[in-house]
Design a protein. Sequence first.
Length: 155
Amino acid sequence: MAKAYLVIRIKGQADVPYWANTTLNLLKLEKKYRAVILPVKENTEGMLRKVQHFVSWQEIDLPTTKELLDKKGRRSGYKKITAEDISKAGFKTIDELATSLSEGKTNMTKLKPLKPWFALSPPRHGFKRSTKRLYGQKGILGYNKELITLVKRMM
């Protein structure tokens, strides 16, 4: 049973309807290639289904969470996360923070000195599937079983 989702905004800001933009902003996905880790709840699943034509998501595992925090985790001023930031957020180590995030016990918005999102790059060697279709229709949008491999190319 999934405890947390990794959600990435795939589509940019142009031509996004107001209702979808509002939902994406609530999810902290203001820009293209931003990623967030969200605990699995009924309302988050509803929000994800609502904006499935703009984002891609999958359950996240501990190694990926740790790698995201190591490589792409930022604090105010866009500096890398330090041990001091982790202790300010109320955790002893980055492993403890990664475990808490991947098990859905905490979310990034509650961790004060840290940014609530990860800024990823476009994937190396491009997308292998269409960015205009849902996963079931040979695309990458919506619930995507191969998202973790894509994220590794985006870090």
